[in-house]
Design a binder for this molecule. Structure first.
Ligand code: SF4
Length: 490
């Protein structure tokens, strides 16, 4: 597919629109060349400025069919460039819808955080009707997506109204897994290959915990939530988890903490001893993720545990006394079917977890699945997601965070569902970018939110070996966080 831009360079936004219909393709990009030169499929996107008006025009060709759309705007229009870009995106979207017969339910809203946009509209005082109208007419979103984005934003506003501007969250990265699942692109190392690094990694992580606590000491910041993610934190032994968690409680003031999550992740890493240590050290929420309740699908995605192991781990976590358990599911996994996914949903609902997060498979470049040639991913993920949404609503769950990723099957989204008053605050903060998150460990990225809403990101080294080797250098970089906090948050 060739994309030709004439009189404009709205490449980034408009390429995203084309990708809604023709995903996973490398486009041939040209500027200011006539489309007659191309015999293959193309999209020609033109802006031609006249004396008073600008003519906006798109023509797309796929196989033997072509489709054209055009519109004009006044040169004196408010936010002229922004308006031209939006109009061209809509024209392009309409051409591609007509040619492919496909629909993209989020319309031209291609960003990863649609709820953030709704929150901004609410902040500006827009009514529900105005928001619905804008999302429908300007962004071409379908009603089902508008409804869920709006509902999610309203839940978030209730939860965030008491958040202090001087509160922050702590993220602890444990980038190890017992083995690698085929759909995964996280920077996680299998314990088998990196077991020798783990003791030193933990020592450095404890050093980083102490250094960071010291850096913010006496600044009046309060620790609101803690999240252990990865990887699979429970890849570590019970005594190793205890060492890290005790370092946190020794160095940070946990008296205002509202939520403490450890992502246990895979059932093949969970033992009673580990859960008891996690609970004893202060965590009140765990995530145990089956992804599917079908053993043959688990095998197909290289996740080395069974459904039985998941159910046992889930029940163990209940027995140990966690007040909130999340379970992650993925719609669109290879070899999964709509019937099997419906069964997964029913079995999860029967366990009554406080949170259920329904992901849609995202094929990223790094994942083994994407690398293995000949793997055809063709799956009715939308029916799966719709079924889960309907059943979770019927069982009293509400959507409380939502995000999209690039290359998601059918341009869908990930939705966090929760029983009333059991929502995870951390998940909202990370998606809506409304609280600073100080992240520690390999692969972790700190995100600081200034008083004026600006963001600063600081990245730790990606891999455990780099993290260990360049640890002192990395601590020096932490001073950037200190300066930013002093100048922009306090
Ligand atoms: S357990 Fe999670 S982080 Fe680890 S390899 Fe599997 S999907 Fe990736």
């Amino acid at each position: 597919m060739t994309l030709i831009f004439s009189g404009n360079d709205f490449k980034y936004e408009l390429e995203s629109v084309v990708k809604l219909f023709i995903p996973a393709t490398l486009f041939d990009i040209h500027f200011d060349i006539k489309p007659e030169y191309f015999s293959n499929d193309f999209c020609f996107i033109r802006r031609k400025k006249g004396k008073k008006e600008t003519y906006l025009y798109t023509v797309c060709k796929i196989d033997t069919k072509t489709y054209k759309k055009s519109q004009s705007i006044l040169n004196s229009s408010h936010n002229y460039d922004g308006e031209c870009e939006m109009i061209l995106a809509r024209l392009l979207f309409n051409c591609l819808t007509a040619l492919t017969g496909e629909s993209a339910k989020w319309g031209i809203l291609t960003g990863v955080r649609p709820v953030k946009r709704v929150n901004k509209m609410l902040d500006s005082g827009m009514s529900k009707q105005d928001i619905e109208k804008e999302l429908s007419e300007k962004f071409l979103c379908e009603k089902s997506k508008i409804d869920i984005a709006y509902k999610t934003a309203i839940t978030q506003r209730r939860l965030l109204k008491d958040m202090s501007g001087k509160s922050f969250s702590l993220y602890i990265s444990i980038p190890f897994c017992p083995s690698r699942c085929s759909y995964c692109s996280f920077v996680s190392q299998s314990v088998e290959s990196s077991i020798n690094l783990i003791p030193e990694y933990i020592d450095r992580l404890c050093d980083e915990i102490a250094y960071t606590a010291d850096m913010i000491l006496g600044k009046g910041l309060t620790l609101d939530t803690i999240y252990f993610g990865g990887g699979t934190p429970t890849s570590l032994e019970a005594n190793q988890l205890e060492k890290i968690m005790k370092a946190i409680s020794r160095h940070f003031d946990l008296s205002a903490l509202r939520e403490y999550t450890v992502e246990a992740g895979r059932a093949d890493t969970i033992t009673r001893e580990k859960l008891e240590v996690i609970k004893f050290c202060g965590a009140d929420r765990v995530s145990i993720n089956p992804q599917t309740m079908n053993d043959s699908v688990l095998k197909a995605i290289g996740r080395r545990h069974t459904v039985k192991q998941f159910v046992e781990s889930f029940k163990l976590a209940k027995e140990v006394g966690f007040k909130s358990i999340n379970t992650d599911l993925i719609a669109g996994l290879p070899t999964d079917t709509v019937e099997s996914f419906k069964n997964t949903t029913e079995e999860i609902i029967a366990l009554e977890p406080e949170n259920v997060t329904v992901h849609t498979l995202s094929i990223k470049r790094a994942a083994d699945l994407n690398r293995s040639s000949g793997t055809v991913i063709d799956n009715p993920a939308e029916q799966m997601v719709d079924y889960a949404s309907q059943r979770l609503i019927e069982r009293g769950y509400n959507p409380y965070y939502l995000y999209r990723q690039k290359n998601m099957l059918e341009n869908l989204e990930n939705i966090g569902w929760s029983k009333p008053n059991k929502e995870s605050l951390y998940n909202i903060y990370i998606m809506e970018e409304n609280q600073s998150i100080i992240a520690l460990g390999a692969g972790a990225s700190t995100k600081l939110v200034a008083k004026d809403g600006n963001l600063k990101r600081i990245f730790n080294y990606k891999f455990p070996l780099e993290y260990i080797k360049h640890f002192d250098l990395m601590l020096e970089k932490k001073n950037e966080a200190k300066e930013f906090i002093e100048q922009n948050i306090l």
